[in-house]
Design a protein around this ligand. Structure first.
Ligand code: KIV
Ligand code: ZN
Length: 532
């Protein structure tokens, strides 16, 4: 075991005894979350998300699976360069090439981690790996030793741990600890376990494996039976001190345990669960909205913590109680998770300084150019819309960040809609400054707009998702549109907001097209095949 290799100082994440109740939050939105069909994110989006997670004080950011594609490698490499506080982690299978590629990707990280995994259950041993128990033990020793020679912070995961024979799981964990793993993750890969059972698995391993007191144990729960959060919390009660989570609970199949739910459960129920995280919870809503916007996955209205209705009180009895004492029907405040009431912010006479301060309060620190552009957009919006709310600003800035560097931009759009068909769109775009125009008809105005984009920029991408939602209430609300395109297995999402739904649709489609082109040029990732 080496003590001088990069990232070898893990003492600050392995809490001393007095801090035994601190739970490390490991975010896998960009890795397991991105494995949700259709949830792929561009490099720029991953970099922005990494900054949001770091602002939120997430302890570990799993930024990708470097050997899976050049795009994933680049994401882990560039996240490693910009993140200074959180640990940046990459995933690797047990092979040496995987581990080397991962080590290369995290090389520049101030605090890097290699996360290597191997299946341990009989089902995976027999049907995927065709390996005996002894083969598995040998692979664990080799892979973890190799990883530890490259990085001092190594996490080892027993894929499908919850369907593994318990005595064999103990031997696997023992091998990983002996080889130098600093974190041991016992994933419920297929979302099969039950809370009391998961807690027992941790208790048994922690009590019976030599050296268990020197490592951090981690939960990683999938939500196939809707138990991911309950199982993760049970794992913590069983002795785990790291939880692997994803924003909005996105992830393979039914998803991963939701970051916001676990963090708030630990915060609100400290009486039953005397553990805490370092997460600054007022950033939660912003992270949730950003992940929803870049993936195009809507957050259900009644979703715990981050749903639009999570703090809405409709019934008269509840409203009456709330007026008398908020505690009658509210166990946490919307402000705790950054879901303040939608405030009226400013009108068209508001100045640049007030605008910058407002954005700061909403969690955005923009550079001078981005600020100027956002301010101009705000002025344009304030001309069209009487009341500009916090949610409008969030949509506006996210839109500016998403499309700012786009090579193709929508310049003019005119649409003929109504009961007398055919609906028709006249579109002008600029491609690196050069104007191109086209006109098209369609089966409805949106179809006409998208056909006009096709005419001006011929392409083979297939539209996989078209989604519109109103940012605020009222008929002058901005429409926020998400578009997902797929071409040759590559998926790209685009977003835009505008008070004109058709303009927002055109801009979101063009933004998705830009992201697709950028991916093609960089030979960026095809969606990682499932099976992890
Ligand atoms: O669900 C799982 O087992 C995983 C591992 C790769 C950690 O995602
Ligand atoms: Zn997983």
């Amino acid at each position: 075991m080496t003590a001088t290799v990069p990232g070898s100082d893990v003492s600050d994440i392995a809490p001393p005894r007095s801090e035994r109740d601190r739970v490390i939050v490991f975010d896998t939105t960009m890795r397991d979350g991105e494995q949700s069909p259709g949830a792929s994110m561009s490099l720029e989006e991953k970099l922005e998300l990494a900054k949001i997670l770091e602002d939120m004080r997430v302890d570990v950011i799993e930024a990708g699976f470097p050997i899976a594609s050049n795009g994933d490698f680049e994401a882990v490499r560039q996240v490693s360069e910009i993140i200074t506080e959180s640990i940046v982690c990459g995933l690797a299978r047990a092979g040496m090439a995987d581990i080397d590629r991962c080590a290369e990707a995290i090389k520049k990280a101030k605090r890097g981690r290699i996360h290597t995994f191997l299946s341990t259950s009989p089902s995976h041993r027999d049907h995927i790996l065709h390996a005996s128990q002894d083969d598995i033990l040998e692979m664990i020793t080799k892979s973890v030793t190799h990883a530890r020679n490259l990085c001092g912070d190594v996490e080892w995961s027993a894929q499908d741990a919850t369907r593994t024979e318990q005595d064999f799981l103990r031997r696997c964990v023992d091998a990983a600890i002996k080889a130098g793993a600093t974190t041991i993750n016992l994933p419920d890969t297929v979302g099969y376990t039950y809370p009391s059972e998961y807690a027992d698995i941790f208790r048994d391993i922690i009590e019976n494996v030599d050296g268990a007191d020197r490592v951090i144990f981690s939960t990683h729960c999938h939500n196939d039976l809707g138990l991911a959060v309950a199982n993760s919390l049970a794992g913590v009660q069983g002795g785990a001190r790291q939880v692997e989570v994803a924003v909005n609970g996105i992830g393979e199949r039914a998803g991963n345990a939701a970051l916001e739910e676990i963090v708030m459960a630990l915060k609100v129920r400290g009486d039953r669960l005397p553990f805490h995280t370092g997460v600054e919870t007022q950033h939660i809503t912003r992270a949730s909205r950003y992940v929803s916007a870049i993936t195009g996955f809507p957050v259900q209205f009644n979703k715990a913590i981050v749903g639009k209705n999570a703090f809405a009180h409709e019934s008269g009895i509840h409203q009456d109680g709330m007026l008398k004492d908020r505690g009658t029907y509210e166990i946490m405040q919307p402000d705790d998770v950054g879901q303040g009431a939608s405030n009226l912010v400013m009108g068209k006479h508001s100045g640049r300084h007030a605008f910058r301060e407002k954005l700061k309060a909403l969690g955005y620190e923009l550079g001078q150019n981005a600020l100027n552009e956002a301010f101009q957009r705000f002025k344009d919006l304030a001309d069209k819309k009487k009341h500009v709310f916090d949610d409008d600003l969030v949509a506006l800035v996210d839109d500016a960040l998403a499309s700012g560097a786009d090579r193709i931009q929508v310049k003019h759009l005119r649409v003929i809609a109504g009961t007398e068909g055919p609906q028709e769109a006249f579109l002008t775009v600029t491609v690196e400054g050069e104007e191109k125009s086209a006109q098209a008809t369609g089966d409805g105005p949106v179809d006409a707009v998208f056909n006009a984009i096709h005419a001006v920029m011929p392409h083979d991408a297939i539209l996989r998702l078209f989604q519109v939602h109103a940012v605020t209430e009222g008929t002058d609300a901005q429409a926020q549109v998400s578009v997902r395109l797929e071409e040759d297995g590559r998926i790209a999402t685009g977003q835009a907001a505008d008070t004109d739904t058709l303009t927002a649709s055109a801009k979101a489609y063009v933004n998705a097209l830009n992201n697709l082109l950028a991916r093609k040029e960089k030979n960026a990732p095809q969606a990682i095949a499932s099976g992890f």
